[in-house]
Design a protein around this ligand. Structure first.
Ligand SMILES: Nc1nc2c(ncn2[C@@H]2O[C@H](COP(=O)(O)OP(=O)(O)OP(=O)(O)O)[C@@H](O)[C@H]2O)c(=O)[nH]1
Ligand SMILES: [Zn+2]
Length: 331
């Protein structure tokens, strides 16, 4: 398994192997209770079973009771004990989840108080949007940008189906905001996209039909088989209920597909963070009355847009998100 550079650094900082008191055995700095634990990278989760990569081996594991309520998600780095042979029917135990570098979260909808982590330790959120069939949904893009900003992930706009429509309009609205993008279609060379994915952990999100599976299959030839024919964790059966699956890229790095993720509820994101994710509007919001919720009549953002600093459509999008969080309007 080739870990992206940042994961490797993380590993070295986190588990410092040094001689024990008597200089006889190496031991980890923390929790010497599981001195013999090995480190795994969680690539799929399905019905209480965790698929972990340990060196080149696929090890199936369950949670150890001592983990308590701590969740384990795709992208986590975990300490494993027990049978880590990777033989059929072998089952290891996850005894520890290493501290996360990032956590992509969502709530079921914008007013749901329960947030859940979808993916840990990712670097980048790839927002897959078709240029046509289905029509692009800028409000969905804005929503994903907020999720990326909140999680500390770099966004990347991936505009698919460029054989059907021009990217100019979408590029015209997002490139000035500093959002990086790639334009592609199913018969295109994927060189530019691969360059942006290499040596990083990227999460792909996108609505049904935008061409996400087509993209994943083109980037990772083994993906098709892994997803459609076998349970990705146990290797048996036909189906998986997994909501995220990590695939290693041939050129290094990982992409994490999120087939089960259909929406990005943002109830857990502070309104100020929502506004901060709209860089074209954030500056204008500095002129708002204190505690402005940006939905009230004296909000300074109307003037900001009237003066031509930002597009009305972006303000509408921000307001829909904020209103939806307050439960006053569906998005
Ligand atoms: N014209 C065109 N069609 C494409 C392109 N990429 C994918 N398609 C078609 O769009 C449809 C949806 O593609 P998928 O890859 O299944 O889309 P998805 O986002 O994975 O959708 P779900 O499987 O529903 O999650 C399929 O009929 C593809 O053949 C493209 O670049 N151009
Ligand atoms: Zn305001």
């Amino acid at each position: 398994m080739t870990l992206p550079r940042r994961l490797r650094d993380f590993d070295e900082d986190d588990v410092r192997v040094r001689p024990g008191r008597r200089g006889s055995r190496p031991r980890t700095r923390r929790r010497p209770a599981h001195e013999d634990a090995v480190t795994g990278f969680v690539t799929a989760v399905d019905r209480g079973r965790y698929r972990c990569l340990v060196d080149e081996r696929v090890v199936t594991a369950m949670r150890a009771r001592e983990l308590g309520r701590k969740g384990v998600v795709v992208g986590d780095r975990v300490a494993l004990v027990g049978d880590v042979s990777g033989e059929p029917d072998a089952l290891a135990r996850i005894v520890r989840v290493e501290p996360r570098r990032s956590a992509l979260r969502r709530t079921a909808d914008d007013t749901d108080p329960f947030e859940r982590i979808i993916v840990a330790n990712a670097d980048q959120l790839v927002i897959v949007t078709a240029l046509a069939d289905p029509e692009p949904r800028p409000r969905m893009i804005d929503r994903c940008l907020v999720a990326a900003y909140d999680a500390g992930l770099d966004p990347l706009l991936c505009l698919t189906k460029s054989d059907l429509a021009s990217p100019d309009e979408l590029v015209g609205s997002y490139a000035p905001l500093g959002v990086p993008y790639v334009v592609t279609h199913h018969a295109a060379e994927l060189g530019e996209l691969r360059g942006r994915l290499g040596d990083r952990v990227s999460v792909l999100v996108g609505h049904s039909g935008v061409g996400k599976s087509t993209l994943v299959n083109a980037l990772v030839p083994e993906a098709r088989r892994a997803v459609s024919h076998v349970n990705v964790v146990t290797g048996r059966g036909r189906h998986t209920s997994s909501s995220a699956i990590a695939f290693e890229l041939p050129e290094g790095g990982w992409i994490i597909d999120t087939p089960g993720v259909r929406s990005f509820g943002l109830a857990h994101v502070e309104p100020s963070k929502v506004v901060a994710s709209f860089p074209d509007l954030a500056e204008g919001a500095e002129h708002c009355p204190s505690h402005c919720n940006h939905l009230q009549p004296d909000c300074a953002l109307d003037g900001w847009v009237a003066e031509g600093h930002a597009d009305q459509a972006r303000l509408d999008s921000l307001r829909r998100l904020l209103a939806s969080r307050e439960g006053t309007e569906p998005d």
